[in-house]
Unconditional design. Structure first.
Length: 89
């Protein structure tokens, strides 16, 4: 307390004002971080949606390919069965 005007009451008031100012700064930092976190979360959700749609689209294509292969295989089996039925051993 080198300042003669700085009485214990004034010092307490000064500390309270500084504490309040710092609390406001911290509150603002928290608000900004919250906004950034929300924006990041929304971006991640959108990326997951896009990735999910891409994966579903790709899976659909693979299912179609598999279906075509099964149709060919089924046709081949039917032809072999028909040949066996018409030409018994």
């Amino acid at each position: 307390m080198t300042d003669p005007k700085m009485t214990p009451e004034n010092l307490g008031h000064d500390i309270a004002l500084r504490t309040q100012a710092r609390a406001r700064e911290i509150g603002e930092d928290v608000r900004v971080l919250g906004e950034r976190a929300e924006a990041t979360l929304l971006k991640l959700i959108e990326e997951a949606r896009v990735s999910g749609r891409h994966q579903v689209f790709h899976l659909g294509r693979e299912i179609v390919k598999l279906g075509r292969k099964l149709e060919k295989l089924g046709g081949s089996v039917q032809r072999k069965t028909a040949r066996r039925a018409s030409h018994p051993h």
